[in-house]
Write a protein that binds this ligand. Sequence first.
Ligand code: TYM
Length: 342
Amino acid sequence: MSGSTPRSTKGRIFSGIKPTGDLHLGNYIGALRNWVAMQKDYDCMFCVVDLHAITVWQDPKELLRATREVAAGMVASGIDPVENILFVQSHVAQHAELAWLFNCVARLGWLNRMTQFKDKAGKDREKASAGLYVYPALMAADILLYKGTHVPVGEDQKQHVELTRDIAQKFNNDFGVTLFPLPEPVIQGPGTRIMSLRDGTRKMSKSEPSEFACIYMTDTAEAIRDKIKRATTDPNLLPDSVAGLEGRAEATNLLSIYAALTDRTLEEVVAETKGQQFSQFKATLADTAVAVLGPINAEMKRLMADPAEIDRILKRGADKACDLAVPILKEIYDAVGFLPRT
Ligand code: TYM
């Protein structure tokens, strides 16, 4: 891979974010912040996964805007677009090609167990797109097209990475090759599953009904403070040990956010905040969130004002990704027995 310093020491990272609406604090803590921390030690590919986005309806204009915005969010969070490969999934056609092969490797029984499909399809399963169902095969293709070895994600993606391992293993076994590594999910830090600010039992996501449930990376300082102030809590003081968080989902969530944003463990922030009223802790948390997200927000705005620059970054990334994908897909096609085009 190009770049000024030679790297690729610990393996190859592949990870992605769907351009569906605005980036939120869950994306930042569960994914982006970890990517930034890991980028020095790995060969990294970070992808705006637009093919995944359209498994549910996306307004075309909004998809276009969100695609650039997610790329801007990655750069603004601290991903180096020169040292790493940052690109848009649909710019590298080999993702869709390999996904088809993996549709033929993945078993229906495996896909039927995917909890995300069950959650997203809901009761109206018959009306879900076929793409939503085979989504995990596309995700496996994303990672394995580059022989990715490490996949830093939030807790909700763990099952998909495990399925990727099953697909890699079955492909290797079926064709008698050792073509694919078995990629490791990297789910680390105190914020692997950030919950809604309104209901500590629900994951923070763009589909939350209350506008106060989710902090967006595009939120103003005022909006961030307001949402934290209104966050649901319980009537007790903050506990003096992590064990004291048992059964206190909202307190656990707010403390986990605080720990993640200050690069500390849950134990460390519990020691700092023990015995505090929520009002006092919320003020500290709001200051922290604004201090971290404010500069990122400003940088995102600056980048979004220059879409041509974002497009240049993404083109350079797609070119590099293609250079890696073409020979690997050829190797895969040869293993399957497809007649080479001469
Ligand atoms: P997506 O777009 O839903 O989310 C992007 C990343 O953000 C993490 N995340 C969270 N982490 C903690 N708490 C939350 N509340 C929270 N919400 C989201 C996700 O775990 C994810 O890491 N299928 C993937 C995208 C994808 C991908 C890939 C990821 C496509 N191909 C290949 C890794 C490798 C997705 O929908 O993420």
